[in-house]
Structures are given as structure tokens and as C-alpha cells.
Design a protein around this ligand. Sequence first.
Ligand SMILES: *Cc1c(COP(=O)(O)O)cnc(C)c1O
Length: 338
Amino acid sequence: MLIDLRSDTVTRPTPGMLKFMFNAKVGDDVFKEDPSINELEKKAAALFGKEAGIYCPSGTMTNQAAIKVHTQPGDELLCDVTAHVYNYEGGGIAFNSGVQTKLIPGDNGRFTAKQLEQALHPYADWLPHTSLVTIENTSNRGGGAYYKIKNVKEISQECKKNKLALHMDGARIFNALAETGESPKEYGKVCDSISICLSKGLGAPVGSVLLGSNEFVAKARRVRKLFGGGMRQGGYLAAAGIYALDNNIKRLKEDHQRAKHIAKILGNKSYVMNMLPVETNIIIFSLDASMPAEKFTGELKKNNILVSSIGNNALRMVTHLDFNDKMLKVVEKTLKNL
Ligand SMILES: *Cc1c(COP(=O)(O)O)cnc(C)c1O
């Protein structure tokens, strides 16, 4: 039995999901003729109270397409120092959009409206034109920390005041909503665009959806084609997304409970330092000099447990759909002996 805690992207489709995928009705989506993709886009948009959605192969593509639509070359984008769009998308902000980034030092991936205000500059011919703010909810490198809608509303107001677009990288937005109990529509109201991932905690093998107004999504369709993401009978994959939205949202709290359980065990280890607060399904911590990361990961590997090494003797574990209580017991026993 392999216990893979490197990421929540390692899940495999369940028999129920596979059956649903095999029965999907499909067509050519570049001609907008794939009924399953159309259904997924409509469903996701309705969930967040947005006019439209566009299905893409990855969350990198939905984020980068959003940035491309919201900006012009030479513009400036504001995001947190840990942001996925800046750190883990291959330098795409500069490469795809010719946009420069100003980083805000937030609290585990989240910044406040006040910090945003302080990062803005007045108009001058020689200053870059700021056009876009992106927030990440939950924050990946912030250890799964989530925003409260109150703070996002304040950020949105600051954006409106300064005529800036607001994009939310909601790769794990459903993990955030599982904890706050807030409605996705609240986020739809205050964000101009939202990217959601189906291939993380929701357990689909592929896919993300970018949500926004009809006008925004029409532009994003052009960008998706330009990026090479226009798929044909992609409905077989979109069906997995429909199944994920229908079946795998409610159970996310289980992942959070298991992550908190692991965090508690780690918290009792003398060699574990600087664990970020575990709010959802991500556990990030570092080890002191007595326990090199290679030794720790090596010992876990002997018990078929995989975790990610993220540099500076720090590690990351992520719980997900394919990690159950039986596996949790094995992790517990292994950690207790280490
Ligand atoms: C995973 C992730 C993405 C998108 O990643 P893909 O692997 O391209 O689907 C975007 N933002 C965050 C915060 C993520 O964790």
C-alpha cells in the first residue's frame, strides 16, 4: 500500500467517476459543441454566480489566461510573495503577458486591503500602470491558509477604488469554503475572475475552469486557443469534473481532519519546527539540524509513505481523496517511532 502525501494532485479516478466519464456525451469543443464541457462550464459558473466559464487543461492555464485578458504588456500585477502565479507557473506572467510583478509580503499567503493600498503608487508617466491584483485561496505555499470573505470584500473595494481587476486563484477554493461555510456566490460577487481546479482535492484527473463575465470569458477563449488549450472531444475529461463537483466537495472536511491529526503528532516531535497553522489539507513544517530532511523522508519511504521536500529542510504533506483512515494509522505509527 503506497501512501502518497506529496500533493492532492496524485488522486486517481474512482470507479464511479470512470463510469461517468465513459458515458459522457462529447463533441468538438473548439466549435463549442461538446455537451459535457458546456455543462461543466455552466455548472461551475452558476455555482459562483458568474455569467460564464471556460474549461482548460490546467490551473496554470486558467490563471495565465486570466492575467493575459486583464492586462496589457508593460502593466504591473500585485500578488503575495508566495503566490503560485508568480512562483510556480514558469515565469508566465512575464513570458505570456509581458507584465511585471510587485510582491506583497502577506501572512501565510494572504494580504490585507491596507497592505494592498500601501503597495499602490500614484500616477506618473514613468511608473508602471497597475491593472491587476490576484489573491490565492487557499494559499498553497501558505500551508493551506484561507481568506475570510470580509477581507476579500475589503480587497475588492480597494481594487474598485483604483480601477484594478481582481482575480482569485481558487485552485483550492472548495477547501476554504468547507471551513468557512461561506457561499461560493459571495466570492463571485467580489472577484472579476476566478480559477478553480478540479484535479486537486476534488479528485478529477485533469482540468480547471476559469469563471467571469460573458465578455471576459469570450476573450479568454481566444487566449486559450492561443496557448494551445483548445480541446476537441474533451468532454470525457470534463465529465470527471462534473462528477467531482457533484460528489467530492462535501467530503473535503475529512481531509482537513486527517491533516490536523498528522499536525498534532508532528507537533509533539522535538525536531519539528515552524509548522504553519494547519487550516485545511496542507501541512508545511521544517526540521531542526538533528533531523535532515533526507533522513526523515527516507524513513517514511521505508514505510511506503511519500512526502515532498520543499527546500531549507522543510517538508510538505497534503491530504486528499485517496488518503483514508487506514493509511492515517500507518502514518501515525511511523511518525511515533521516528
Ligand atoms: C495547483 C495549483 C494551481 C494550478 O496548477 P496546475 O498544476 O497547472 O493545474 C494554481 N494555483 C495553485 C494555488 C495551485 O496549488
